[in-house]
Design a protein around this ligand. Structure first.
Ligand code: CA
Length: 377
């Protein structure tokens, strides 16, 4: 746990107040921008992350993307990676890329809802897209163009570069049988999903990854969500909360981003831009595959080796959560006065309502029937 806590403490940069960041920023600005690293056709790009280096899935995916950029260009482009808090605190990555202190970042767009609630839709929102549906919207439904528009306002070019798939509903100390059971529950669940919990009488808190285990153990919080079995097992939540609920209503397919400073992006040749788009798309698919490959065995181990009690949220709970979500969506996005966020939400919801019919009679119908014949339902 000691090393793990150290790693996750770095995530606390997510909420850190930016201690020392100004000094680091000005140093980097002086060193890097006054002396561009363009020599002999070689160029080193600085990439910050909102996760620690080697963080399973997210950090390792960013590193794999960095390595693929170097490999695909025979070392002409190299990427110097900085984990959360190493160059700037995680939540200052956006400003660092916007200002050109860093050339690029690997992050989750919903961290930037303080800039506009529209950014939430490029990671995940409650009752939103699964990973294949998110990709359909981003690549074929106008999502990337809307992302370019809102990120462009901040001098940033974002591309999809990873996906966790459907996240689990979270870890609870007691069984959650009805919507009433959420009343008074203090749960770590960030963003718009947290507002949904508050709406049904719970109390949402956003605490950094490194503090979740201790908060759950000490009773400061009653419950937490994180990602899925592969990542959650490493966090050790099963030691203090035995009820593991599925599916998560809040992050049904979280897209991660590789985002470039727009001036950096525009300085690339057309062929380099095409290459970088392709490599980001490859990592977008590869990370999703990795989660799919590793979650199942991790869940088996949690149940068989750790005595975790797997539970499914009832349809009544889902129905109540959805009612709360419609209120939150109206208050936080549609009535926010942010015209671009409203336009993004309208495109997202319209595409979801269109694609949901096909999902229902293709993947959903097939996997339901397959589960029945394989006796797994
Ligand atoms: Ca999560």
């Amino acid at each position: 746990m000691k090393r793990r806590n150290f790693l996750f403490t770095a995530v606390s940069g997510l909420l850190g107040a930016g201690i020392g960041a100004g000094a680091v920023l000005s140093t980097r600005r002086g060193e890097d921008l006054s002396a561009p690293m363009v020599a002999s056709g070689k160029r080193e790009l600085t990439m910050v992350m909102t996760w620690p280096k080697n963080f399973p899935g997210l950090g390792t995916g960013a590193e794999r993307l960095a390595d693929s950029i170097t490999a695909a260009t025979d070392g002409r482009l190299t990427v110097k990676l900085y984990g959360a808090g190493e160059l700037v605190p995680a939540l200052e990555s956006f400003d660092a890329v916007s200002q050109g202190t860093a050339d690029m970042m690997h992050a989750a767009s919903y961290y930037w809802v303080g800039k506009s609630p529209g950014f939430a839709f490029f990671t995940a929102v409650p009752f939103g897209f699964t990973a294949p549906e998110a990709n359909a919207w981003l690549y074929w439904g106008g999502g990337q163009e809307l992302w370019d528009s809102i990120a462009g306002d901040f001098n940033i070019k974002s591309l999809p570069a990873g996906n966790t798939g459907v996240q689990m509903g979270g870890w609870f100390r007691k069984e959650m049988r009805t919507l009433e059971d959420f009343k008074g529950i203090k749960m770590r669940i960030p963003g718009l999903a947290g507002a949904v919990l508050n709406n049904i009488g719970g109390s949402a808190v956003t605490i950094p990854g490194g503090e979740i285990f201790n908060s759950l153990q000490s009773g400061t919080i009653d419950a937490t969500e994180w990602v899925g079995p592969w990542n959650d097992r490493a966090m050790g939540f099963y030691k203090v909360a035995k009820f593991y609920y599925y599916p998560g209503f809040h992050e049904p397919g979280s897209t991660l981003e590789c985002a470039f400073n727009l001036d950096t992006w525009n300085s690339f040749s057309a062929s380099d831009q095409a290459l970088l788009k392709g490599l980001c798309a490859a990592e977008n698919a590869n990370m999703y595959a990795e989660y799919m490959a590793k979650n199942s065995s991790a869940l088996d181990s949690l149940i068989k080796d750790e005595g975790v009690q797997l539970r499914r949220f009832s349809s009544d709970i889902f129905s109540g959560l959805h009612k709360a979500w419609t209120t939150v969506l109206d208050e936080k996005v549609m009535s926010s006065g942010d015209a671009k966020a409203q336009k993004i939400a309208e495109s997202y919801l319209s595409f979801r309502d269109e694609v949901v019919g096909w999902t229902k009679l293709s993947e959903q119908a097939y996997t339901d029937e397959r589960a029945k014949v394989l006796d797994l339902s």
